[in-house]
Write a protein of this length. Structure first.
Length: 264
């Protein structure tokens, strides 16, 4: 068997997309429905936000976060089932992204997304990352590295014309560079419902705050008095270039439309 060749090999089951059927998940996570000795290593499911009216109407991108919140409610319920039936089973959300209207046709008639789309999609992924971490999800993957016209162009992490990484890639790298799996999420509040904030004490013993602007309008975010350090960010101004940074010179920082930022 494969485990004889690689004893630590893990298997992933379900790989569900769309709405999650709790009865189906419960059935799979119940060990009595499997042959004796069959380990339930991982379950997996996907999440894609969608547009239904237009590809380039940026006001519709605001719905990405509402769709994410609905999915997070489902995930919370699944986590409760998993804890009860299979507490040793881990979860991988191995595909997270956005599929714009028309991408599924594969016809080649899709138009390039507007530049701000990439920031909205980047902000959505990081929003999901922070929230599923709170729920105890072990793995969350971003879909997908390379895409292009006829092949779901809106899920690409690369600019398929120039070959440069886009805002989705650089936001993922921002998270990867500053946060680790065992960082401790601290109780964090935001006075603005359009600004997501999550503070962490990292495994290195450092403090870091993740900020996401979920709105079309730029937002001024007031940090605790005396905050010093640097803000690293991805927004429309960074384009297909690496995340930028600037020193914090006051207790207020500005987040551009769908900006993702880390304050350290």
């Amino acid at each position: 068997t494969l485990r004889e060749v690689q004893p630590d090999l893990k298997f992933v089951g379900l790989a569900l997309s769309g709405a999650l059927t709790l009865d189906y998940v419960s059935y799979f996570l119940n060990a009595s429905n499997h042959k004796p000795g069959i380990p339930l290593d991982f379950i997996s499911y996907h999440f894609y936000a969608h547009t239904s009216i237009s590809r380039d109407n940026i006001t519709e991108y605001l719905s990405f976060f509402d769709q994410a919140d609905s999915k997070l409610e489902e995930i919370s319920q699944i986590q409760e089932i998993r804890k009860k039936l299979a507490p040793d089973t881990k979860t991988t959300m191995d595909e997270v992204g956005v599929i714009l209207l028309g991408d599924s046709s594969g016809s080649g008639n899709q138009t390039d997304p507007v530049p701000l789309y990439w920031n909205a999609a980047a902000a959505l992924y990081v929003y999901m990352y922070a929230n599923v971490q709170r729920l105890g999800i072990e793995v969350i993957g971003e879909s997908q590295l390379v895409a292009y016209i006829t092949q779901y162009p809106s899920v690409s992490m690369m600019n398929y014309t120039t070959g440069e990484p886009n805002a989705r890639y650089w936001s993922l790298k921002l998270v990867h560079d500053f946060f680790q799996p065992n960082d401790k999420a601290m109780s964090t509040t935001s006075d603005d419902q359009d600004v997501f904030a999550q503070a962490y004490t990292t495994v290195k013993g450092e403090n870091a705050v993740l900020l996401i602007n979920k709105a079309i309008e730029a937002k001024n975010v007031k940090l605790p008095e005396g905050t010093k350090g640097t803000i690293y960010y991805v927004d429309l101004s960074t384009g297909d270039k690496p995340y930028a940074n600037s020193p914090i010179v006051s207790s207020t920082v500005n987040l551009a439309t769908w900006a993702v930022a880390v304050v350290v």
